[in-house]
Write a protein that binds this ligand. Structure first.
Ligand code: SAM
Ligand code: SF4
Length: 468
């Protein structure tokens, strides 16, 4: 069962907030004295948020966050192994410390590559001292204490846990949207996916600490929260309250000060009418659902062990489209899964036409260690995967352009979260998660909600004018 905990927020470090995917600049001034850390994050939103929590644990121990590996005594890479390319990136980052160790820096590998490669990382990069998978983050304080005591190598690689990673302080890097993990791990067994191996079994947090954290976020000024989980809608409240996922959404959106509630990623199998009804009746629940289909062919969905057919998926979609409020739907698609024929691929293209997604993250299938798909017959050549990906992306680009053009003339509320270098240019997100750029002579709109009328549309963003 999840532990009770208290959350402190946004500890000031005296450094600029570290943004995810910040490049590892190594040509920096000399290392600052004291306990300093640098953390670079690869991969999904859950990794980004895990890094915020790891930073919280370190700040609590008296470390200070810095913006370059060169300035840090402790350098951490929070890694992703969902596709091979992502996993390779960390080894290229580690390569820059090959000349070491000079005893002045501790290097750590966290996250999915750490879990997947385990102690082999010490063989490939002997200058690494810490290897810890996400299912063992609750042990981080002990592991850090061992490092501080002079231990040369420490590992946290268990996955057989029922606990979630609770921290006293979470260092949040996004000033406008606060991320909150409500369910960790995954019990689905998609044939291509490393997540069940790298993140361990599904563990939901109790609703009371989730709601307490949301209240604290509202108190420090956040109005938008995003609930996270690999399959967020598989949430099961382990406390006696037994809130369903839809009931939790309602409870979160009722917290005073919370204006927008998002959630990602939803698994089609656990997506039920009560979620649509909640979105329909509560304006604070954003009108966007990320519902990855992965393939439009029932034959391939079976091989992928996705637990639904093309028809089942289209029924869920019809339920979403029947809502009183238009709800934006986005998806993930894999092309070139082993055995995918031209007809299977054509089925995926025809599903795109039927689904009319507002956005798609599309990937070439990447064989991953430990997964059932790695030994499946009939792999698709890389070149053919690339061709299918290009065809799919072009088809989706046209769909998105048409869908966005249909919004010209409509007015949306946006939460302003970006300012362009060009004077008076701002960017914000609609409730449906579309990027809407606009101009306004006002001094500082960051963090404000404003009304913007759409004047032009492209495939990936909208341009408009502020409505006063
Ligand atoms: N849990 C989410 C779900 O079930 O949709 C997403 C998890 S994963 C971090 C994000 C996406 O990566 C997946 O939806 C899938 O499209 C893609 N993905 C996962 N494993 C992959 C693989 N081996 N090759 C290519 N894409 C992959
Ligand atoms: Fe991976 Fe499937 Fe779990 Fe998503 S639901 S994390 S794709 S195993």
């Amino acid at each position: 069962m999840a532990q009770e905990f208290h959350v402190g927020l946004d500890v000031l470090t005296g450094e600029r907030p570290l943004m995810a995917h910040s490049p590892a600049g190594v040509q920096q001034p000399a290392r600052e004295a004291g306990r300093t850390f640098y953390i670079e994050t690869f991969g999904c939103q859950m990794n980004v948020h895990d890094s915020e929590k790891v930073a919280g644990v370190l700040l609590r121990r008296g470390y200070r966050q810095v913006n370059t590996p060169d300035a840090a005594a402790l350098v951490l890479y929070n890694t992703c192994s969902i596709r091979e390319k992502a996993a390779q990136k960390v080894f290229s980052r580690l390569g820059q410390f090959k000349a070491g160790p000079d005893g002045s820096k501790v290097i750590g590998v966290l996250g999915c590559v750490a879990q997947q490669e385990g102690e082999q990382i010490f063989e490939r990069a002997p200058w690494v001292s810490l290897v810890c998978g996400s299912a063992s983050y609750r042990k981080l304080p002990e592991l850090l204490a061992e490092l501080e005591a002079g231990n040369r190598r420490v590992t946290g690689l268990d996955t057989d846990t029922e606990e979630t990673f609770e921290t006293e302080i979470t260092r949040r890097d996004n000033p406008f949207r606060a991320y909150l993990t409500i369910i960790e791990g995954c019990d689905k067994a998609c044939a291509y996916c490393v997540v069940p191996f790298t993140r361990g079994p599904e563990r939901s947090r109790s609703s009371a600490p989730v709601l307490e954290e949301v209240r604290q976020l509202a108190d420090v000024g956040y109005s938008e929260v995003q609930l996270l989980g690999q399959t967020v809608n598989s949430y099961r409240d382990p406390s006696p309250r037994r809130l369903s996922f839809a009931e939790l959404l309602v409870a979160v959106s009722e917290v005073p000060g919370i204006h927008r509630v998002r959630f990602t990623t939803s698994h089609p199998r656990d997506f039920h009418r009560d979620i649509v009804e909640a979105i329909d009746s509560i304006p604070a629940l954003c009108d966007h659902v990320h519902l990855p289909v992965q393939s439009g062919s029932t034959r391939i969905l079976r091989a992928m062990q996705r637990t639904y057919t093309r028809e089942d998926y289209l029924e869920k979609l019809a339920m979403i489209r029947a809502a009183r409020r238009p709800i934006s739907v986005t998806s993930d698609i894999i092309v070139g899964f082993p055995g995918e024929t031209d007809q299977d691929f054509a089925d995926t293209l025809s599903l795109l036409d039927l689904a009319q997604y507002d956005g798609v993250f599309s990937f070439k299938y990447s064989p991953r260690p430990n997964t059932p798909a790695i030994s499946m017959a009939d792999p698709i050549p890389e070149e053919e995967k690339g061709r299918r990906l290009a065809v799919l992306q072009e088809r989706q680009r046209r769909i998105q352009t048409a869908r966005n053009e249909a919004l010209v003339g409509q007015t949306f509320e946006v939460l302003v979260d970006g300012q362009s270098r060009k004077e008076n240019q701002w960017a914000g997100r609609t409730s449906s998660n579309r990027v809407l750029n606009f101009s306004s002579p006002h001094e500082n709109l960051l963090g404000h909600y404003v009304q913007v009328k759409v004047a032009r549309a492209g495939p990936n963003s909208l341009v408009g004018e502020r409505v006063m």
